[in-house]
Design a protein around this ligand. Sequence first.
Ligand code: NAP
Length: 272
Amino acid sequence: MQIKGSTEIYGIIGNPVAHSLSPIMHNRAFESLGLDKVYVAFPATNAEKALAGFRALGVRGLSVTIPYKETVLGYIDSIDPVAEKIGAVNTLVFKEDNKIHGLNTDWIGANRALAERLELQGKRILLLGAGGSAKAIGFGLLEAGARVILASRTESKVRALAETLQCEWLHLADIETVQADALVNATPVGMSFVENASLVPLESLHNFPVVMDIVYAPLETRLLRESKSAGCEIINGLSMLLYQGVAQFEAWTGQDAPVEEMRAALMQEITK
Ligand code: NAP
């Protein structure tokens, strides 16, 4: 890629951001389509000042990650209705008039990943976790016409999120009582540092024909390994990561994203 005077700048703001896979995915997308665009990681220390600077410098689009997904809401000009319900954005589009529009593609990524295996309308989905990802995924499932059952370990948190989503909830310890069309793990359990852990008892897995884990390091978590052995269809965390990026690319460029190039870039990096 050659950076020229005309090259448009995109990026990610968060702190930390050095570990982010988004630069690899988006730069591969830009390169593969020959677009005069580059994507950079910005370890921002102040969201308000960073956005004022990006606006003044003519940056075209940003991903937003922890800890700014909620903070930036105070400094943007408009917000997508679903992102407004979620109360967090992960994508900013800088428009021609220099106004900033915020949206949330995490739920779009999760829905697209699930939709490769099941039609969501009218389905019952057991969602594990009550944090930021569970909230975005929960609202997204409701958007798609699915019914959500929320399960998490801290009763006050699961109860509060269930109230926000207007959905059923239960304690994590009771998930063996549930049958659903799919189960989604939206907790960090299964990540490298708790690699050999799973929140779902082996004997309950037959209750869920489709199992998705949003953890992507490792790609095959214990939950997915055991679900595969139990005969469930499995979806790994790379799919949500990919499709939230695909939706970002489409929001920034108005073009179809080179999905397979982006998938390959992520795969190469994750399996290094
Ligand atoms: P978060 O806001 O910190 O929420 C984490 C949730 O998991 C909380 O409800 C927490 O319960 C629960 N939890 C944590 N450790 C647990 C344990 N040992 N046992 C049972 N429950 C536990 O995190 P998040 O932002 O939602 O992210 C969750 C995971 O999703 C992370 O691993 C992140 O990397 C991954 N993620 C993946 C993608 C993707 O595109 N694939 C996108 C976003 C996030 P308490 O409330 O009781 O603490």
